[in-house]
Design a protein. Structure first.
Length: 255
């Protein structure tokens, strides 16, 4: 995995505190798409378990995998006892047990593209469901968004992770839908969105930014400078647009 992919552990506690959680509607969407009971699920790159808890609350037996030791420790601190945790990167998982569902929450883009879809398929039962979801967090007020962009510009052109397929922002279908539709392993690929609107204090928004990989890759002195510059242009509270793009696909029974 890249240094950027493994940068989050340095901010594991902040990640848990400041990153938005996932709504129950997300698990509802996945289960409804499955069309049959989802009893077992494997999570790729579970982080601190934000999505883990949503699926476990539905009574699903979740195996949460995470390569970073600090993130995994935070996950184990907050996950219900029914969740099984495994310290492993996606590429280290070996075929064996198969699951009703495999999902990744804002983590799939950190996995290696070589052999990605055969690996996912090998973890799924025939007709099992794959789900991938996530999306950028934007400031709702365009004037505040522009002020923040200008404040960070000397350090970062953008704070978003680039699309793995090189598609520009807003392109439809979005990745990984583009790859799933070409894959021999999957069918019935769908893309949808779950709306999420939040309000944060300026302090919490800066806390969120402190968990974003683009900032984590900056040298410590530059991190301090960019966060100080951004703090100066933020109002006391900010509105957040954090819509979740969801991709769903079904493993071909004959593949």
């Amino acid at each position: 995995m890249s240094d950027r992919a493994l940068s989050f552990g340095t901010r594991a506690a902040a990640y848990e505190r400041f990153r938005p959680g996932y709504p129950d509607a997300l698990a509802d969407l996945v289960v409804a798409y499955a069309g049959r009971p989802v009893r077992t699920a494997l999570e790729i790159g579970a982080g601190t378990g934000k999505a883990t808890r949503v699926f476990a609350a539905r009574g699903i037996s979740v195996t949460a995998t995470e390569p970073d030791r600090a993130m995994l420790a935070e996950l184990r601190r907050h996950a219900p006892p029914t969740v099984r945790t495994v310290r492993a990167a996606f590429e280290e998982l070996r075929p064996g047990e198969r699951y009703d569902a495999v999902y990744a929450a804002a983590a799939l883009h950190w996995t290696r593209p070589e052999g990605r879809w055969p690996r996912v398929a090998a973890l799924l039962r025939p007709d099992g469901v794959f789900a991938c979801f996530g999306g950028p967090v934007h400031l709702a007020d365009p004037d505040v968004e522009e002020a923040v962009r200008a404040a960070r510009a000397p350090f970062l052109e953008s704070d978003e992770a680039p699309s793995p397929d090189g598609a520009p922002a807003g392109y439809d279908p979005r990745w990984p839908g583009t790859e799933l539709r070409r894959s021999e392993w999957f069918t019935d690929v769908r893309q949808s969105a779950v709306e999420r609107r939040l309000t944060m204090t300026a302090h919490d928004y800066l806390g969120h930014l402190s968990t974003v990989s683009a900032y984590l890759m900056l040298p410590a002195p530059e991190q301090e400078l960019v966060f100080a510059r951004i703090a100066r242009v933020l109002p006391p509270t900010v509105g957040i647009v954090a819509d979740i793009t969801v991709h769903l696909a079904r493993r071909r029974a004959a593949a």
